[in-house]
Structures are given as C-alpha cells and as structure tokens.
Ligand binder design. Structure first.
Ligand code: ASC
Length: 155
C-alpha cells in the first residue's frame, strides 16, 4: 500500500499540475478578481524577494535559514500570477498592466519562462549558505523582474 506521505505527495503534485497546466483551480468570477489575484501573488512574491534583497544589500543581517525560507516562497509564488493575465482580464480594477500583455502574449510568456529558472537558482543559491552566491542569484532574478516590468508595467 502507498504510504500516507507518498499519497499526500502524489495528491499535491496532481493539484500543482492542474494549477500549472490548465488553471482549473483559478477560474475567476469576474475580471476584478483576476486583477486582485495577480496583484496579491506578485505582492507576496515581491515581499519575500525584498527580504532577500535586504540581506544581500546589507540592510538586514544575513540569515541563511531565513534566506532559504524566503527563496522557497518566491519560487512557489512565481508560478501563480500569470493565470490572472489571461484573456479578458485586461480590464477590471486598478491596474498598471499594459495592454501589450494581451497583444503580445507570446513575448509576455517568454518573460515568465526566464523567471522560473532564475528563482530556482535563487533557492539553490540560498541553500549553499553563501552570501556571495545569494547575491549573484538575487541579481539575476531581479533582472528578470525588471525586464518584464520595463516592458509591461506602467510607471
Ligand atoms: C524587488 C521587487 C521587484 C523587483 C524589481 C527588480 O524586490 O519587489 O519588483 O525587485 O524591482 O528590479
């Protein structure tokens, strides 16, 4: 028989698969909800990314364990916002999202695909317990945030 631990892992993987591939867990009642969802996910990601930023910039003490915890949240959050930028969610609520997101969905997606490996590397770097590694990986990840913001977020 499958162990409880394994059954839970399989169930989680199935849920994540659904979330990542079909967005079936993230159907929105109205465009405002999609806007709120993507802004919330990006806010949480930015908050935890910022805590690592404070460490690498010497504004907060370097705490290797906290860096790992924050990086893991960033990595998990990185997959969530994008469903909120789906078709029909260009209007609704207050947003800085540029219309180009919806007219250039392929290019917009390329930015997401640069973010994923960058945040994976951030977690890996955090786990080396080396501030220099963390700093380098933070810089690379921040570049992917900035590149997308420069193109697709209003000032
Ligand atoms: C952050 C944060 C962002 C990015 C971006 C990188 O800490 O909240 O949106 O870094 O400023 O340029």
């Amino acid at each position: 028989m499958m162990s409880i631990k394994k059954a839970v892992a399989v169930a989680c993987m199935a849920a994540c698969g659904v979330l990542a591939t079909s967005g079936a867990l993230a159907q929105f009642q109205k465009p405002e909800d999609a806007v709120k969802y993507r802004q919330s996910a990006l806010f949480v990601m930015g908050t935890h990314f910022g805590r690592i930023g404070a460490m690498v910039q010497g504004k907060a003490p370097y705490d290797p364990k906290l860096a790992i915890e924050n990086a893991e949240v960033v990595e998990a959050m990185a997959h969530l916002p994008w469903i909120g930028f789906g078709p029909g969610y260009d209007k609704g609520g207050t947003t800085k999202a540029k219309p180009a997101i919806w007219s250039e969905q392929d290019k917009f997606k390329e930015h997401q695909e640069k973010l994923f490996p960058a945040v994976q590397k951030l977690t890996a770097a955090a786990k080396t317990n080396d501030l220099g590694n963390l700093k380098a990986a933070f810089g690379s990840a921040a570049e992917t945030c900035k590149a997308c913001h420069d193109n697709y977020r209003d000032k």
